[in-house]
Write a protein that binds this ligand. Structure first.
Ligand SMILES: [Zn+2]
Length: 253
């Protein structure tokens, strides 16, 4: 058998149909590795404020004050979504607060759930007072596909961080029954239709009487409404909702 010089092997490999698939496989593997390594890389990189980008901490003292996250946080109140008894949030989904939520979710900085959860304390207490008695904090479950991409469930992390400092239980009682498209482009009626029966109570979970649903962003309220309808049908009597940030809708908020 003739000995094939290395350079010839290289040329032959590029013309091999099986070899042609290699770059694609390598790209997929690299993307997978980058996704898996993102949380580790985030730990190794110098900490930057998730809101303003200044180096030194995940959330600088100035942004924490300005965005209402210092101490037990700031609270804004408004009409509860349909089927819910009370609602509150920290501030508008814009500027630094919006940036923090996006950094947590899209730049893989799960540690930001800690200051956001702590900043929810006041809002949670305000809602709890209105619905009466102790409540269980229930996160809105993330879509399974997004959970796989991200590697963590941001609302669950935020709710569990809040529960550690409050005398309330944390219980991820809900799960998604199917994937849904992004709601941004949909009108109010369409959001309701898409979200109908999208949640279910996890099998074997005992339901508390009072529940406070926790999510990062409150947009139209369609997600909270769907979760509340599921919980109420299963026997919950009082349901409050708390979000980190409230988005102003151009149409039909
Ligand atoms: Zn900052």
């Amino acid at each position: 058998m003739p000995i094939v010089p290395p350079d010839t092997q290289g040329v032959r490999a590029t013309h091999d149909p099986a070899g042609m698939q290699f770059p694609e496989r390598a790209r997929d593997a690299l993307a997978e590795l980058q996704r898996a390594a993102a949380p580790v890389l985030a730990l190794l990189a110098p900490q930057r404020c998730g809101a303003c980008g200044i180096e030194g901490a995940l959330l600088c003292a100035e942004c924490s004050d300005e965005l209402g996250l210092t101490g037990d946080g700031r609270v804004e109140r408004g009409a509860a979504p349909l089927g819910c008894d009370a609602g509150a949030w920290i501030g508008p989904y814009e500027g630094g607060l919006g940036e923090l939520v996006r950094t947590l979710k899209f730049h893989s900085v799960p540690a930001l759930s800690e200051p956001l959860g702590l900043g929810l304390q006041r809002a949670i207490r305000a809602v709890q007072q209105e619905i009466g008695g102790h409540a269980t904090l229930v996160p809105i479950p993330t879509d399974p596909a997004r959970l796989r991409d991200r590697g963590f469930d941001h609302a669950a992390l935020i709710a569990s961080a809040a529960a550690r400092t409050l005398p309330y239980a944390f219980a991820p009682l809900l799960e998604r029954t199917r994937a849904v498209p992004a709601l941004h482009a949909l009108g109010r009626a369409e959001r309701r239709r898409v979200m109908d029966r999208v949640f279910a109570v996890r099998a074997g979970e005992a339901l508390p009487e009072r529940v406070i649903l926790i999510d990062d962003i409150w947009t139209s309220g369609a997600t909270f409404e769907a979760a509340a309808a599921t919980l109420r049908a299963a026997g919950c009597t009082s349901i409050g909702v708390v979000a980190v940030a409230r988005e102003a809708l151009a149409h039909g908020a």
